[in-house]
Design a protein around this ligand. Structure first.
Ligand SMILES: [Zn+2]
Length: 288
């Protein structure tokens, strides 16, 4: 089986937005950024964010990217989809974001233990994640995490950071005009590594941790014991024990770090728990 990475690394997408800003635009964007950054905060964690896209722009990008990814994937119907939709919609309901058209899809790929969220509430889960999620409570932890990414506008935040970096690179290029070209190229290529703009960028560690924390609150509000998130990451840790691709280390907290953080957030999440006697937590369908 392919190595498990993280259940929310975004798939590669050709819908990346490439900005070609001028220096005049740079000034404008910085001015806008200062104004907008002051009034955008994440739900539950109240962190100030730099978000330069409107929600409608962000949602349009999410819809286009989702369509693109699904057109290249084998989408599954039937029982796996029923479970994912039921649990996902339950979490989406308590996320209380009526502007989003929440959509949940199952991608038939037993070798990929992954899931992703795109802006505007577009979520997909690969069947390879089912054995690690194990039951509906484990799946609720996954869905809570993914819904949290969309709700906290992490994609738009990453795109905004990329836009600022891109604008910074334009300024750097102008400043280095006429200087040593070898040095200029070296600096630009180093700078360019962090200056990609688009929905294909992976989330960073602090966004991952924030999605874990908000996700636990959402699953609790939807009736699931947030301790299931801890057990999910214990299983994820066991499945990763053979080693991980290096990119995981740079962009995601380790499974052990996640478990420690999740333990610390359990009392907060349990404060939101809404018990539902009707809620059943069945094992997920077996995947061949
Ligand atoms: Zn994530």
């Amino acid at each position: 089986m392919d190595r498990v990475t993280c259940f929310c690394r975004m798939p590669k997408c050709r819908n990346a937005v490439i900005m070609k800003p001028t220096r005049r635009l740079w000034g404008l964007v910085v001015a806008i950024a200062v104004g907008i950054a002051a009034c955008v905060t994440t739900p539950y964690t109240n962190r100030s964010q730099l978000v330069l896209l409107s929600e409608s722009e962000e949602m349009a990008l999410g819809v286009a990217a989702y369509k693109e990814v699904l057109s290249q994937s084998e989408v599954t119907a039937g029982r796996p989809l029923d479970v994912v939709e039921r649990v996902g919609q339950r979490i989406a309901r308590v996320a209380d974001k009526p502007a989003y058209q929440w959509q949940f899809t199952v991608i038939d790929d037993a070798k990929t233990a992954n899931a992703f969220a795109l802006p505007g509430g577009k979520v997909a889960v690969y069947t390879g994640l089912f054995p690690i999620a194990k039951d509906e409570a484990g799946l609720a932890a996954v869905m809570g995490h993914e819904v949290a990414h969309a709700l906290a506008r992490h994609g738009a935040e990453r795109m905004s950071q990329g836009m600022v970096l891109q604008l910074g690179a334009v300024g750097l290029s102008a400043a280095m005009g006429g200087k040593d070209p070898a040095l200029a190229n070296a600096v630009m290529s180093a700078y360019g590594l962090g200056a990609q703009v688009g929905v294909a960028l992976p989330f960073n560690r602090s966004q991952e941790s924030e999605a874990d924390r908000i996700g636990m609150i959402l699953m609790a509000k939807a009736g699931y014991d947030p301790e299931a998130a801890l057990h999910l990451w214990e299983r994820m840790g066991e499945s990763e024990s053979g080693g991980r691709p290096p990119e995981y280390l740079s962009t995601h907290p380790s499974a052990t770090t996640r478990q420690e953080q999740i333990r610390g957030w359990l009392p907060e999440a349990r404060g939101y728990l809404v018990k539902d006697p009707q809620l059943t937590v069945a094992a997920l369908p077996a995947i061949k």
